[in-house]
Design a protein around this ligand. Structure first.
Ligand SMILES: NC(=O)C1=CN([C@@H]2O[C@H](COP(=O)(O)OP(=O)(O)OC[C@H]3O[C@@H](n4cnc5c(N)ncnc54)[C@H](OP(=O)(O)O)[C@@H]3O)[C@@H](O)[C@H]2O)C=CC1
Ligand SMILES: O=C(O)C1=N[C@H](C(=O)O)C[C@H](O)C1
Length: 264
């Protein structure tokens, strides 16, 4: 059994991860952390009866008391880097879905993993369909370099654009390079109307109740468009990826960025 703690346990993803880890025969929930902890029993949160594992409010205390091998983090961009540092420095392998980590932060984590020999897996998206969407988009961009991204999420999401949209744009830019799209003299009559700009790729963020996590990658060519769309209609979509990462993180080499690298 791999000993797992969940950081952000009361969150939308944290609750789902508690359930998925609890239900997996090879993983064991030994601890949980949330900033607003009321020290509830994890079993009460997921409707599984008493487990004897409670939600603490301090990561280092939970690590010291529960001796985990893996920390799953679904918190927020402000907290995630410190959580990762605390885990690695205490020999605990992070599995991270929280978005918003900057390039310098990722470099720091890579170096920390190398110097401590503690592994980590970070993925902006843990659903297989989103990983395929990104792979297919990279392929399509070789032939149809004009592309824009529309991501649609629930209205409680803190970051825009989504980590998935940013990653998709970076992967496409890696294939087709920097490129000016649209009319060179176009003018925004309303600030933001053309969306964010990454290497010339426009990213548009929709936030509405009713959505979970969705993305369209739209390619335009002569007399045609191609749309690659992925829909997470439930947060269960991320769980096979998270569970896989919890099992693989102990034996990968250093920091792995992207679920695609452990999916074979
Ligand atoms: N990689 C992937 O596949 C996916 C990634 N995500 C990402 O995961 C993150 C979380 O998403 P979601 O679950 O919807 O967000 P939520 O806001 O629902 O959950 C985050 C939880 O973490 C708590 N929290 C905040 N700071 C800390 C801290 N320092 N220690 C412990 N707990 C803390 C929050 O408390 P409080 O509310 O009081 O701040 C909240 O309970 C986001 O960055 C999102 O983009 C989401 C889905 C899939
Ligand atoms: O906040 C979310 O919900 C999600 N966040 C991740 C992101 O920013 O890409 C993954 C998924 O889109 C759901």
């Amino acid at each position: 059994m791999i000993r797992v703690i969940v950081c952000g346990a009361y969150g939308k993803m944290g609750r789902e991860v508690l359930r998925a880890v609890h239900n997996d025969p090879h993983l064991s929930i030994v601890g949980a952390v949330d900033i607003n902890s009321d020290f509830a029993d994890v079993g009460d949160i997921i409707g599984a009866g008493k487990t004897g594992v409670t939600v603490g409010n301090d990561l280092l205390t939970v690590i010291n008391e529960t001796k985990p091998q893996v920390m799953v983090d679904f918190t927020n961009p402000q907290s995630v880097l410190n959580n990762i540092r605390s885990a690695i420095k205490n020999g605990v392998c992070p599995v991270v879905g929280t978005t918003g980590l900057t390039e310098p932060a990722i470099s720091e984590i890579r170096e920390l993993c190398a110097s401590t020999k503690v592994n980590a897996i970070i993925s902006p998206n843990f659903s297989i369909g989103a990983i395929l969407m990104m792979k297919l988009a990279q392929e399509a961009a070789k032939y149809l370099p004009h592309v824009e991204i529309i991501e649609l999420h629930h209205d409680q999401k803190l970051d825009a654009p989504s980590g998935t949209a940013l990653r998709t744009a970076e992967l496409i830019a890696g294939v087709r390079g920097e490129m000016q799209q649209g009319h060179p003299d176009e003018k925004e009559k309303l600030t933001g109307a053309r969306g964010g700009n990454l290497s010339g790729i426009r990213l548009h963020s929709v936030r509405l109740p009713g959505y979970v996590a969705h993305q369209e990658v739209i390619f335009g060519g002569l007399g045609q468009t191609l749309t690659i769309r992925h829909d997470s209609v439930s947060r269960e979509s991320f769980m096979p990826g998270v569970v896989l990462a919890c099992k693989k993180v102990l034996t990968v080499d250093g920091l792995i960025f992207g679920l695609e690298h452990i999916m074979d």
